[in-house]
Design a protein. Sequence first.
Length: 310
Amino acid sequence: MEKITVLGHKNQDTDATCAAMAMAELLNKTKQWEATAKISERPNQETAYILKHFKIKAPAKLKPGKEKAFFLVDFNEEEQSPIPFNKIEIEGLVDHHKLKIKLDKDYPIIFRVEPLGSACTIIAKIYQDYGVVLNKKTATLLLCGIISDTLKFASPTTTKEDRQIAKELANIAKIDTEELAGKMFEAKSDLSKLSPQEIINADYKEYRLDKKKIGIGVLETINPASALKKERKIRRALSESKKQNNLDFIFFGIVDILKKNTSFLLMGEEEEKLAVKAFGKGKIINGTINLPGITSRKKQIVPAFTKALK
């Protein structure tokens, strides 16, 4: 069988990592490829907790140039790829974000994009479609991905399918979803061992919006105060990232999981103007704008910036 690498986006989160691991197992079980999940950097705080708690081995690190065939999960925009698309052969893709990729293949590939709260939800559905029985470990990984990306079903991206499939996965894995979510969010909120740059990069993505290059990092936390204590250093790191990555705009949002709002750190007049135009609400105080009800980068933040830049 041909070898294939299953890969999530760079600065990958729990959904991307768990989706890659589950998809690789499915491809092996259905004997479509000899598949291996890879990660482009070490797991974030939340993902590391999951792997350690459930005694699951982390995927090996990607070594660019050694792999050719790829199956992408949880992204389809080249700006979010650890490797330029012209350097790889894309043989499959599963995602739940807006569709931006352009593919010209002379043979069919696995291609599935659905408007669900998590890439792991889609992969769980693919298991069902293929009639492959989920084991406890994979059900656990998929459940963790769904909990993480939907903020335990609090995100506006959450659908009935996410809830139903999460319930089925919890039954297979014999896991209390409420208890697991609490521990995952505690791990995600622990910033004690992270540098300001690591805090920014933990969940950071870049986009091309109307010819503008924009970076958006978010920190989903149950303890916003811990991040605000490091605000000055985080702002300094944001300024450095903006210059290094040649960005037109950079934003960092502190998402309060419990209160369901986002506080954006605005780095300058350009960011302030765009934020006000995009959201039309919120008062800027000391370079920060608080946005009640805003929690989703995919469904609320990126669409708002996209519209504002047109």
